[in-house]
Ligand binder design. Sequence first.
Ligand code: NAD
Length: 376
Amino acid sequence: MVPPNSNSPEGSSNCGREMELDRIAVIGSGNWGSVAARLAATNARRLPCFQDEVRVWVYEERLSTGELLSDVINMTQENVKYLPNVKLGPNVVADPNLESAVKNATMLVFVMPHQFIDETCEMLKGKIRPDAKAISLIKGMELRDEGPRLISREINDQLGIDCSVLMGANIANEIAVEQFSEATIGFKDDKETADKWVQVFGTPYFEVTPVQDVEGVELCGTLKNIVAIAAGLVDGLGMGNNTKAAIMRIGLREMIRFSKLMFPTVQDATFFESCGVADLITTCFGGRNRKVAEAFAKHGGKRSFDELEGELLNGQKLQGVLTAAEVSSFLKAKNWEESFPLFSSVHAIATGLLPPSAIVEYAELRKIVGTPELHV
Ligand SMILES: NC(=O)c1ccc[n+]([C@@H]2O[C@H](COP(=O)([O-])OP(=O)(O)OC[C@H]3O[C@@H](n4cnc5c(N)ncnc54)[C@H](O)[C@@H]3O)[C@@H](O)[C@H]2O)c1
């Protein structure tokens, strides 16, 4: 059961805010969502400016045992499907009802595969506090007619609330067992709220740094998943460390180039934060995108990413292939494909236009795109 709120309102001055205690809701309960809830719950218990209870919206599903996932989480404090063997905390409440999960929440943490954000925001309209603050831990983009749109922007536009982002070298299972890592919070202009988000997530083993570059931070987290697919292909093809390092360097160059084309305000320094090179490195060596791409290459591209995702990820979702498709359609519309050979090749390989080996054969790509070079 959830303990009664033991925080005293007087203590809230320690957090630099008025008397009302902030209430945190986590929207999403996959692998990273569960770890985010665990971090937030630890700080909600520890810091006087937060209400103890952290509600987590669970996209309900029936487990193979016949039980409902939310019931099991509330009984055992464990997300047995997406984060087994890790206690989330006594103050975490799993709620399958989105409206009651976010009721009275002042701090909303969005963490779900990006393909579900649109419908979730739609369901949240009119259900959240108008003064709520949001943060997105989601890596990916929404494809719109005018080009790809960042998820933080989607949340901001659909719900009319300020949305920061948290990205970094954060493989969820490692943070769940409290191995030291870092993360970056990207914020637009509200430093006070960014500092509050640092309090929600920061612990001695999870060091969080705020940076005033929301687009740069989010694009790092999103685009590196495409590079991770390329790294996985290289692994599956049995190529060595030099090749992987080259792929990562080319990928980072495309990440910077693409980010600056979309948002000229993006800062170079952001790519040296945890959300930049550090996340790129961890994702190209661990993580689900690399893993599935490796299997794809080992099967010679004959089994689809969808099929391998279902087989290898136990309900978890792959982001890199979808992001490559979204980025590619934007590059195609702009005639910029040849300036982004790695991004374009990943998409062409994932859709069967090119074989996995084309990840290191950019001449092959030129045969199917053949557009003028853009120097950015
Ligand atoms: N897992 C990690 O290590 C990690 C680390 C950093 C960032 N991220 C990012 O966090 C985000 C969320 O990933 P995750 O690891 O928490 O999820 P996940 O891939 O582990 O799990 C999938 C989740 O999607 C939910 N779902 C399925 N259908 C849905 C629907 N129609 N509507 C809403 N939800 C639905 C499932 O219930 C489950 O909670 C992604 O953008 C991911 O890139 C993940």
